[in-house]
Design a protein around this ligand. Structure first.
Ligand SMILES: [Zn+2]
Ligand SMILES: [Zn+2]
Length: 327
């Protein structure tokens, strides 16, 4: 099965065409981030946390329910390994049944940390493409709505080569996998050589894959936005950042938020998550995010710390209070 995949990957790589990054950033869309263009699905944000799959993937559903989630995120694969155990059929069936029974939706899966879709190293790149294809297949089996992936690191090869790699990787994976799961590109904090810390970089990838529009969207992490220099700390700053997103990418591509406060200063490129409202984005920033009409039908997943000060439930409570307008 894996050998079969590898052969098809190398063939497909030769057929790839890429829109020039520079060409793309000259052709930005103009416009306001207008809440009226948002389809009215629900008038309340759906909130959830990242939960463990220890003991079997189906155990994650009960954990999410115990914490009071509307939605949740998992690592369906071991986040620190290349190969993970196959999910037993019974476990997948229980996962689906419990998720429906408890009305938890959407379900989000996060890619493991080792794959690097922008890698200039052939072996790592091939393994990364294979890992993404395999993960989409796992998502399909589990009825998962969104798969979040980081865009990777060009390791010094340069932004343009990194972008070409990512686009080629996604084209290959989409041509191989017939999955209903929507793949979401997550923005990065802007650590050295990392891809996807600017809206224009994410847009360049999306614009290069027009045929796969329905299969590809964006997940914005609020901590990473702040660390990369996008200001969310006041209603005015948030609006300006959302307007930039609208100009560059378009609201309709935004499917999910990772709701995390940030320990580091704005533009510091430090990816250190903090409890909601207690970091540099602060209560005013999160109130603005959670009450913004253009974000009100989004799902927001918390990846906040769990320590003596606050746990997942504590952070969910704060987020719910802010969303309901309680001071
Ligand atoms: Zn992530
Ligand atoms: Zn992070």
């Amino acid at each position: 099965m894996l050998y079969h995949h590898r052969r098809r990957y190398s063939g497909a790589r030769a057929l790839i065409t890429i829109v020039s990054y520079n060409q793309f950033i000259l052709g930005k869309r103009q416009g306001k981030f207008d809440p009226r263009s948002t389809p009215p699905v629900s008038n309340m944000v759906r909130l959830g946390v990242h939960v463990s799959v220890a003991g079997g993937v189906d155990r994650a559903v009960s954990r999410a329910r115990e914490k009071g989630c509307d939605a949740f995120q998992i690592f369906s694969s071991n986040p620190r390994k290349w190969i993970s155990k196959t999910i037993p059929c019974e476990s997948a069936k229980r996962f689906l049944a419990l998720q429906r029974q408890f009305g938890l939706s959407p379900i989000v899966d996060h890619m493991p940390y080792l794959p690097n879709l922008a890698s200039p190293k052939e072996e790592v790149y091939a393994k990364s493409v294979e890992a993404l294809a395999r993960e989409l297949e796992r998502c399909q089996a589990l009825g998962i709505h969104y798969l979040v992936t980081h865009m990777g690191s060009h390791l010094g090869a340069g932004q343009e080569r990194g972008l070409a790699r990512i686009v080629a990787a996604l084209q290959t994976v989409f041509s191989l996998c017939d999955s209903d799961t929507v793949l979401l590109l997550e923005n990065n904090a802007g650590t050295k050589n990392s891809m996807g810390s600017t809206f224009s970089e994410i847009a360049a990838v999306l614009e290069s894959l027009p045929a796969d529009r329905g299969r590809l969207g964006v997940c914005l992490d609020t901590c990473h936005l702040h660390a990369a220099g996008y200001d969310l700390r006041t209603p005015q700053a948030l609006q300006a950042t959302l307007d930039q997103f609208q100009d560059c990418i378009g609201r309709e591509r935004l499917m999910l938020l990772h709701l995390n406060d940030c320990k580091g200063a704005i533009g510091s490129h430090l990816d250190r998550h903090e409890h909601i409202g207690l970091g540099q984005i602060g209560m005013e920033g999160f109130r603005a995010i959670l009450c913004h009409p253009a974000l009100s039908n989004l799902t927001m997943i918390l990846e906040t710390p769990v320590d003596a000060f606050r746990d997942d439930k504590g952070n969910l409570d704060v987020a719910r209070r802010l969303a309901s307008g309680i001071k």
